[in-house]
Ligand binder design. Structure first.
Ligand SMILES: Cc1cc2nc3c(=O)[nH]c(=O)nc-3n(C[C@H](O)[C@H](O)[C@H](O)COP(=O)(O)O)c2cc1C
Length: 210
């Protein structure tokens, strides 16, 4: 079994990378394999298995970002739209987008089975979907890919549902965009470092025997 050092190093390596290309160092089959691992091993409260993944690759990925452009065009002031297009084309330049959705059916079933926790199940389903996002983001970056996480829901939901046969009741919660690193993208992120509130103000340990 891999040591926890590998896992921690993968967590440390994960960053938001926006300068991406469509050339990735692994096959589409390997991306699918990692997505299957995600579906099989990310936990859910009461084992609800409510997360759904839709993996869009190559032309399907590019189509998704064209749809986002179409939907945003009437909503963004005309003079600001070129900037929006530039941003969206940055995502489109990647290789794939993974949609994270929540199927409300298992959530509702648990709500009726366990009335005491009913109000918590939707939040727990969102937390599980977020675990899925973190798993894939970290795993793909460990394979040498560059990723960033986006939220064009709910404006894009209807178009995506229609085009990729996604059930209407599934709630889109996030989109993970991935690709290869554009030249210098990793170095720029590493050089920039990360502004963070001091650890001492965020981590509290009691009872350690070191
Ligand atoms: C729950 C969540 C939502 C986020 N939403 C977005 C988003 O909509 N667009 C975006 O560009 N980045 C988004 N991010 C990325 C964060 O801005 C980023 O992770 C954070 O600034 C730390 O940078 P790092 O990812 O390089 O470590 C999100 C991250 C999380 C955890």
């Amino acid at each position: 079994m891999a040591s926890s050092m590998d896992f921690l190093a993968a967590c440390e390596n994960r960053r938001s990378i926006y300068q991406i290309t469509d050339k990735i160092p692994i096959s589409d089959a390997r991306v699918e394999e990692i997505a299957r691992h995600n579906i099989l091993h990310v936990p859910h409260s009461f084992n609800a298995t409510s997360t759904r993944l839709v993996v869009l690759l190559n032309d399907e990925h590019r189509q998704f970002w064209e749809f986002v452009k179409e939907v945003l065009k009437p909503q963004v002031p005309e003079d600001q739209f070129p900037k929006t297009v530039e941003k969206l084309d940055g995502f489109k330049a990647g290789h794939g987008t993974i949609l994270f959705l929540v199927d409300p059916k298992p959530v509702q079933k648990l709500q009726s089975q366990f009335a005491l926790y009913a109000q918590h199940f939707p939040g727990w389903a969102t937390q599980s979907a977020a675990m899925s996002q973190y798993h894939l983001w970290t795993a793909l970056e460990a394979e040498g890919l560059a990723c960033n996480l986006q939220h064009y829901n709910p404006i894009i939901d209807q178009k995506a549902q229609g085009h990729w046969n996604i059930p209407q009741e599934w709630e889109l919660q996030a989109q993970l965009v991935f690709g290869g690193y554009a030249d210098g993208a990793r170095e720029a992120v590493d050089k920039g470092g990360k502004q963070q509130q001091p650890v001492e103000e965020r981590l509290f340990v009691h009872g350690s025997k070191a």
